[in-house]
Design a protein around this ligand. Structure first.
Ligand code: LMR
Length: 394
């Protein structure tokens, strides 16, 4: 049977993990896959998560099934994290999923069941796995303009222009914050304009919020999502704990939905549970249980928020320092946009060949489209890195 198959193309982001690991050069720099790193280059388990895991270890008495929706208290806490403590819960529903990717896939399947002919509009560019996940659910995709590589800013007018031409009943995939791969985000007033357009053209927002807390703060990063929630009748929301709880390998996420009425929300939830049952039966418990303990315990939650603040502030500082070093080394403001971007990523605007040269000549690893993971920047060697970047950038 397998002789019918051709080798699958490797995932460009994940392939970098292996390439970097196998590079023997000392001083190599990993700006590839989106994982947070501390000043020592490690991705530590967060203090509050570690304490919650210890509590689980001490107190958990069984590993019998939890059920297809996962941990109900986790789901409730994830809704509050995304929509705020005073959110109207009557039209919101959530199920725990294996990571944000699991949430995206489950919601894509739900959309396919509800609107089989819908096209999902994704930003150009977007996270490379968005289109494969949507396509695997049988959905059509199209792109809207998003990023102006020259200025490093959002092409907002062109984005609106493209979405105005979408068909009623199409969906629009939006990055809730910390756009991946560009780091360029919508301003608060742009979220308002966008919400009006979505309502007027009867388009469904499909929000991927995978980096809440990594941009401007937990609340500020959810502001766009909350603007949409106030105005649109229906919405799909995929949320991830991989980054803000640093539980990457435990696969913790939530698929959430906003429906027109509580009754429609219940029906949609039942379909979402049936989707999950056919995809993976039930979500893994451990990571979500740890996150639930952190979110529901005031002491652990305060500690988690404090550690998250430190991580975010470090990324902002690294952005500013890299932009400064690049200004010095390039004698230009070409890379200033890095300081203004938010989240884990920025795109340097280099060609694939320049990215290859950085890897081969300087042991600096980044995604082919020149996306860098800001958290991987070596704070004490930014000048050398800037020199390397400028030497290949011409
Ligand atoms: C990334 O964009 O680097 C992360 O979201 C990891 C992944 O799965 O691609």
């Amino acid at each position: 049977m397998f002789e019918t198959l051709q080798p699958a193309a490797p995932d460009k982001i994940l392939a970098l993990i292996g390439l970097f690991r196998d590079d023997p050069r000392p001083g190599k720099i990993d700006l590839g896959v989106g994982v947070y790193k501390d000043p020592e280059g490690r991705t530590p388990i967060m203090r509050a998560v570690r304490a919650a895991e210890q509590r689980l270890y001490d107190e958990q008495t069984t590993k019998t099934y939890v059920g297809p929706a996962g941990d109900a208290a986790f789901n409730a806490a994830m809704i509050r994290l995304a929509f705020g403590d005073d959110a109207d819960l009557s039209r919101l529903r959530a199920v725990q999923t294996p990571g944000g990717s699991g949430a995206l896939r489950a919601l894509a399947e739900l959309l396919k069941r509800a609107r089989p002919d819908a096209t999902v509009w994704v930003s150009d560019p977007t996270w490379p796995n968005h289109v494969p996940i949507l396509a695997a659910a049988g959905l059509k995709t199209a792109t809207y303009p998003y990023f102006d590589a020259r200025s490093g800013s959002v092409r907002f007018e062109e984005m609106l222009g493209a979405l105005e031409k979408a068909r009623r009943g199409d969906a629009v995939l939006l990055h809730g914050c910390c756009h991946n791969p560009t780091g360029a985000n919508l301003a608060p007033d742009q979220w308002e304009v966008l919400a009006d357009l979505l309502v007027e053209h009867e388009l469904y927002p499909f929000v991927d919020i995978a980096y809440q807390g990594f941009g401007e703060g937990l609340e500020a990063d959810a502001a766009g999502l909350r603007v949409l929630t106030e105005r649109v009748p229906e919405m799909l929301i995929a949320s991830s704990c991989s980054k803000n709880f640093s539980v990457y390998r435990d696969r913790v996420g939530a698929a959430m939905l906003l429906a027109r009425t509580p009754a429609e929300a219940d029906v949609a939830l039942s379909q979402l549970l049936s989707v999950g049952r056919s995809l993976y039966s039930m979500p893994p418990d451990h990571g979500a249980a740890a996150v639930r303990i952190v979110l529901c315990d005031p002491g652990l939650r305060a500690d988690w928020e404090g550690e998250l603040d430190t991580m975010r502030e470090r990324m902002i500082r690294l952005r500013e320092k890299l932009a400064e070093a690049l200004r010095r080394r390039s004698n230009s403001d070409r890379f200033d946009f890095i300081a203004g971007h938010r989240g884990m990523f920025s795109r340097l605007g280099l060609t694939v060949d320049q990215v290859r040269r950085l890897r081969e000549e300087h042991a600096v690893y980044m995604v082919d489209d020149s996306r860098i993971n800001v958290a991987g920047l070596p704070e004490d060697r930014l000048d050398d890195l800037a020199m390397a970047i400028v030497s290949v950038a011409g």
